[in-house]
Design a protein around this ligand. Structure first.
Ligand code: G3P
Length: 218
């Protein structure tokens, strides 16, 4: 399972990259705004900056919601750097745009996915990645992980090549459950990745090992 970091914060991207386990970055307009990145010129430069830090897979989301606009904007984003994956919302014109990009060798990430039917449609259109938002489903008192399991089963039975990129992953347990459920990728905050390190018995065990070593070697 690949790890993407879900942020536009360059320091956090660098920290995750430095850990050696990072496979990509996902951004969205809200995350860009959170970092204070506004205006087309600055936004495009920010994507280039992110691409200079990571090895591959930088999702850049289109703002357009009509087919022609998405093709124009997505082509421009893809032209910034070969690492860019064009992120497109799960709407009717988005599906048409995903089909266009798929036929023209441009990778896509279909975003704002909340149902197995949407997952089937995106795969039919040739999406490279599919982003089901599991945290937002949990927020509605439904089960986000169950959706990952369901899509994983459908894609396996139907030999669909689209990769499941579990998004809106909020914590370390989400990461573990996504791995069990068959996600190909998780995208999450740095805190969720670092949270995987944590276990009190690791800390207690290490302290004991070091204390024993120091006692024996003093
Ligand atoms: O990857 C999608 C993500 O940015 C949404 O996360 O926590 O706003 O639901 P959240």
């Amino acid at each position: 399972m690949k790890f993407f970091i879900d942020t536009a914060n360059l320091d956090q991207i660098r920290e995750a990259q430095d850990l050696g386990v990072l496979d990509g970055v996902t951004t969205n307009p809200s995350l860009m705004a959170k970092e204070g990145i506004t205006g087309e010129k600055n936004i495009l430069q920010h994507y280039k900056d992110i691409c200079s830090i990571v090895d591959n897979n930088v999702s850049a989301e289109v703002i357009s919601t009509d087919y022609e606009g998405m093709i124009k904007e997505g082509s421009m984003l893809a032209g910034l750097n070969p690492k860019i994956v064009v992120k497109i919302p799960m709407i009717k014109d988005g599906i048409k745009a995903i089909k266009y990009f798929s036929e023209n060798g441009i990778r896509t990430n279909c975003t704002l996915v909340f149902s197995p039917g949407q997952a089937i449609l995106a795969a039919k259109a040739g999406a490279t990645y599919l982003s089901p938002f599991i945290g937002r489903i949990d927020d509605m008192n439904w089960d986000g992980i169950q959706l990952i399991e369901q899509i994983s089963q459908i894609y396996a039975i139907q030999n669909m090549e689209t990769k499941i990129l579990a998004a809106s992953v909020r914590n370390s347990l989400h990461i573990v459950r996504c791995a069990e459920a068959g996600a190909d990728v998780v995208t999450c905050p740095l805190s969720a990745i670092l949270g995987l390190l944590k276990h009190p018995l690791t800390d207690i065990g290490l302290a004991q090992f070091l204390a024993d070593h120091n006692k024996a070697n003093s």
